[in-house]
Ligand binder design. Structure first.
Ligand code: NAP
Length: 302
């Protein structure tokens, strides 16, 4: 049994491992996909304190290295349920593989996953033209026309990255101004192969086996844009399925928590993008990791 099990190996989870280890607790970080989490999808991170510019994968690697250097154990497993202690026992975490782990306290740092468009055909065309990660899949569309959907930093970054390799990038956004940083918008305006399609929503994904185009409703006018790839970047949804039955979630599925990262279950903490908070950035995820770890350590000591 470990003192603290951390579910999720992104910036929040790995930072909580560093702080917990430095407080002398035994720690196990359990990640289902890639250590580094969502940040590994970011081509460049330029707003992490003390780091002028770093790729998301490198930042993820550094966070993992630091947590392991401090003595955290790590496992690649998908946790499918978290069972709170009964009669003063410990938490039990069950994995999809059949493995199970025991811990005196748990920090949930599961982050968020990309929001889908909900359009007909979407599920069928994922991997056949519909993508959610420009860093991972952009190279497949070299020299081809693509579209990016969304107006936040993810969409702007994706469009910039894709403009380096694709013949044309349509940036489709439902409003006439962007939620993402002005600096990224300015950089996109400099690109000859980027076209802003504003006040527009995608109404149809065209293609049976492969995506061949999208029907866009632009200010009430419908038109077809022929593309080979659509990169959906319309925000994220919290990945809180494993605590939905035990912790309190708000109407959008975020775990309700305060600045101490506590939940209604003693010994269960939440950190990072999966919890209610006003700003979701790598810096704030790391801040949560530190807070949740120290709260867990205090709870264990008490
Ligand atoms: P986001 O900031 O929530 O932006 C989502 C965008 O998608 C918004 O423009 C939104 O439109 C649009 N949208 C939402 N639902 C939609 C729908 N159903 N149909 C069409 N459009 C829809 O999400 P994000 O870009 O993934 O970023 C998430 C967080 O990570 C943000 O805090 C962001 O700053 C941060 N981030 C930071 C970096 C970085 O600093 N390096 C990189 C990526 C992301 P409206 O604007 O109309 O609401």
């Amino acid at each position: 049994m470990v003192d603290i099990a951390v579910v999720g190996g992104g910036p929040a989870g790995l930072t909580s491992a560093v702080y917990s280890r430095r407080a002398g607790k035994s720690v196990l970080v359990i990640e289902k996909a890639a250590f580094g989490g969502q940040i590994t999808w970011s081509p460049r991170v330029e707003n992490f304190p003390g780091t002028v510019s770093v790729s998301g994968t490198e930042l993820g690697d550094r966070l993992l290295e630091q947590a392991m250097e401090q003595g955290a154990d790590v496992e690649l497993e998908e946790i499918i349920s978290v069972i709170p202690p009964e009669n003063g026992g410990c938490f039990t975490l069950k994995a999809a593989s059949g493995a199970s782990f025991e811990a005196k306290s748990v920090i949930i740092a599961t982050g968020a996953k990309p929001r889908k468009t909900g359009l007909e055909n979407e599920d069928k065309l994922i991997g056949s033209g519909v993508c959610f990660c420009a860093v991972c899949d952009g190279a497949f569309y070299s020299g081809k026309p693509v579209a990016v959907y969304g107006g936040g930093n993810s969409a702007l970054q994706d469009a910039l990255l894709l403009s380096e390799k694709c013949s044309m990038v349509y940036l489709i956004h439902r409003r006439d101004s962007f939620r993402g940083e002005a600096k990224l918008v300015e950089a996109l305006k400099e690109k000859d192969n980027v076209r802003f399609v504003l006040n527009s929503v995608i109404e149809e994904l065209v293609g049976d086996e492969e995506l061949t185009g999208i029907v866009v409703n632009e200010d009430g006018q419908k038109h077809l844009i022929e593309i080979d790839g659509l990169f959906v970047a319309i925000g994220h949804m919290p990945d809180n399925g494993i605590i939905s039955g035990i912790a309190e979630l708000n109407e959008k599925g975020y775990a309700i928590s305060d600045e101490k990262c506590t939940t209604v279950i003693p010994g269960l903490f939440v950190a990072g993008d999966c919890r209610t908070k006003p700003v979701r950035q790598v810096a704030t995820a790391c801040a949560d990791g530190a807070v949740a770890a120290l709260a867990a350590c205090s709870w264990l000591d008490a």
